[in-house]
Design a protein around this ligand. Structure first.
Ligand SMILES: CC(C)(COP(=O)(O)OP(=O)(O)OC[C@H]1O[C@@H](n2cnc3c(N)ncnc32)[C@H](O)[C@@H]1OP(=O)(O)O)[C@@H](O)C(=O)NCCC(=O)NCCS
Length: 166
């Protein structure tokens, strides 16, 4: 079946919620406590929270899908006239390393043609993701600590700049 990159629909919210929770468990079990992962999913991966972002006109919520199966997602929020923040980019375990992350990153950039600056935060120990972002032109511009449940997340702040508004 053909791979489609499209905007998320409200009806996708429950499947996206499950995809995020399972991807977090798999990707971060060695970096974070199980209780922290559960709390993140409770707060930020609920269907209601995701539906709010899908409805939001300042958010690009993109998915990669084959038929009814969603394989990856990204969420990018406009933060200013020429700036945006990538809230998340996740590829289903088993589908990683096949170019879906790159395709969704490009779709997120295309959704904001006048964008000059795209920021994101990534767990400081998530070396493969940091390397992925570096390869796509992001540079580390700071560090942030964010308390969640019984832990304090150590986050690298990364930024990609586009020379000129298109
Ligand atoms: C990081 C991520 C979004 C990259 O998307 P992807 O579709 O796997 O990446 P692409 O196929 O476009 O690019 C492949 C490159 O990504 C990097 N990469 C990062 N994590 C990877 C993973 N788990 N598997 C394979 N490649 C990964 C590698 O540098 C790889 O290059 P290589 O094959 O030469 O080693 C995706 O792997 C993912 O969701 N990982 C788990 C969750 C995560 O860390 N998300 C980012 C949180 S901020």
């Amino acid at each position: 079946m053909r791979l489609v990159i499209r905007k998320a629909r409200l009806a996708d919210a429950p499947a996206l919620s499950r995809l995020l929770a399972s991807t977090w468990r798999k990707a971060f079990h060695s970096l974070l406590k199980a209780s922290t992962i559960r709390e993140v999913s409770r707060k930020w991966h609920s269907s209601a929270h995701l539906a709010g972002q899908i409805r939001d006109k300042d958010v690009y919520f993109g998915v990669a899908a084959r038929g009814k199966r969603i394989l990856a997602l990204t969420t990018v929020r406009r933060t200013g006239g020429k700036s945006a923040f990538m809230l998340r980019l996740y590829v289903r375990p088993g589908c990683q390393g096949a170019g879906l992350g790159e395709k969704l990153l490009e779709a997120g950039l295309e959704a904001f043609p006048r964008l000059r600056r795209l920021r994101l935060e990534v767990l400081a120990g998530n070396d493969r993701a940091i390397e992925f972002y570096r390869r796509h032109g992001f540079r580390r511009v700071g560090r942030k600590r964010e308390p969640v449940a019984a832990e304090c997340l150590d986050l690298a702040v990364m930024e990609k700049r586009r020379a000129r508004a298109r």
